[in-house]
Design a protein around this ligand. Structure first.
Ligand SMILES: [Fe+2]
Length: 246
């Protein structure tokens, strides 16, 4: 499985406190069948403003520490970027870290209240630049819970939807659980993220079981592996192109 949202980098946001906690999260993920984790610290959220350079360096350091311990789980860089007025401008300046630094996928957290038209416009502006926004934990957003039709607006404009694994187990309340299941049944979910923080349970394996029960194995595989694998393939293709490789 591929976990597309986590706070496992040490002492960079409200995620792992130190390297041993980071390694503990990765071991938990590996034990649940996760082979690739995107480390996505909070960025632009007014409290935690991790920068692209900090995240890339921290991700490399964690990878070195994992290698030294013989842990083969891949940790790839990313960021959970809070929606803000300057988001597209900051992207154009090269300040926002896309998933795997590929310039193709941006993980975006919507605030509790937002202007619907502004979000739709931001999605279209990013798509014009070849970037697909991934809307983080859509099932936990109060405006989306009140108006589930927003999901279709966002996907129509070109975004994809991520839900939190633990929402399917009810860890974020029954409304989010119901919304997550409904989105899954309606084929609106592109990928899963643990959004792991200290104090939360790592639920990727539970989520996979629940998705299999709800949708069958083929669709569960798409959400937990095949869809997010496209993020990696595009990154690898881009790397080859940049290196002049076939
Ligand atoms: Fe998060």
């Amino acid at each position: 499985m591929i976990d597309t949202h986590s706070h496992i980098l040490p002492a960079i946001d409200d995620g792992a406190d130190d390297l041993s906690e980071s390694i503990g999260f990765v071991k938990k993920a590996a034990g649940q069948g996760v082979d690739t984790i995107f480390a996505t610290p909070h960025a632009c959220d007014g409290v935690f403003n991790s920068t692209k350079d900090n995240i890339l360096q921290s991700c490399d350091a964690l990878t070195d520490a994992l290698n030294a311990k013989g842990i083969s789980t891949r940790v790839l860089p990313g960021a959970e970027i809070r929606l803000n007025h300057d988001l597209v401008m900051e992207y154009d300046k090269g300040n926002l870290l896309t998933l795997n630094n590929s310039g193709r996928w941006l993980l975006i957290e919507l605030p509790a209240m937002f202007m619907i038209k502004a979000v739709s416009m931001m999605i279209r502006q990013l798509k014009d630049r070849g970037v697909t926004p991934i809307i983080a934990h859509a099932e936990r957003n109060p405006m989306i819970l009140n108006k589930p039709g927003l999901i279709s607006d966002f996907t129509y404009n070109g975004a994809v939807i991520q839900i939190t694994a633990a929402s399917l187990s009810g860890d974020f309340g029954r409304f989010s659980m119901k919304a997550a299941k409904t989105m899954a049944v309606m084929d609106q979910v592109f990928c899963l993220g643990s959004d792991i923080h200290p104090g939360r349970r790592y639920r990727m394996a539970d989520a996979r079981k629940k998705l299999i029960r709800l949708l069958g194995r083929t669709k569960a595989d798409m959400i937990t592996h095949e869809n997010p694998a496209v993020i990696l393939e595009e990154a690898e293709n881009l790397f080859c192109k940049n290196q002049g490789l076939p």
